[in-house]
Design a protein around this ligand. Structure first.
Ligand SMILES: [Zn+2]
Ligand SMILES: [Zn+2]
Length: 110
């Protein structure tokens, strides 16, 4: 497995294997290339929108997707945050009280 220098910055276009695209350009290229190949219907990776593959390959791709690890961590932190904000907003509602009645009594004395 020897790679040419700089090769890791490129991706092979899923619509045409002759297209070697810079990673920074792949999103734009995919939109253009999808229009040029309406007969090729590809699914988009849940973890990275620049990953395209035939529907039959979804399971095998997502099992090995290099972006999957980051996505799992992101999901975990989001769900943790959701739990915290849920508790916080509940306690805010509970601790909200009417103004103390003493204030009104003082006012009547005047
Ligand atoms: Zn292409
Ligand atoms: Zn992927």
């Amino acid at each position: 497995m020897s790679k040419l220098p700089g090769y890791e910055n490129t991706v092979v276009c899923p619509y045409n294997k002759c297209h070697i695209i810079l990673k920074s350009r792949i999103q734009t290229h995919l939109i253009k290339c999808a229009k040029q190949h309406p007969e090729i219907v590809l699914e988009t990776c849940r973890f990275d929108v620049t990953h395209k593959f035939p529907a039959a390959e979804r399971n095998s791709h997502e099992a090995e997707c290099p972006s999957r690890e980051n996505f799992d961590r992101y999901l975990y932190s989001v769900s943790t945050n959701n739990t915290n904000t849920g508790t916080a907003s509940q306690s805010t509602t509970n601790t909200r009280r009417n103004p103390p009645p003493n204030y009104d009594d003082d006012d009547e004395d005047w």
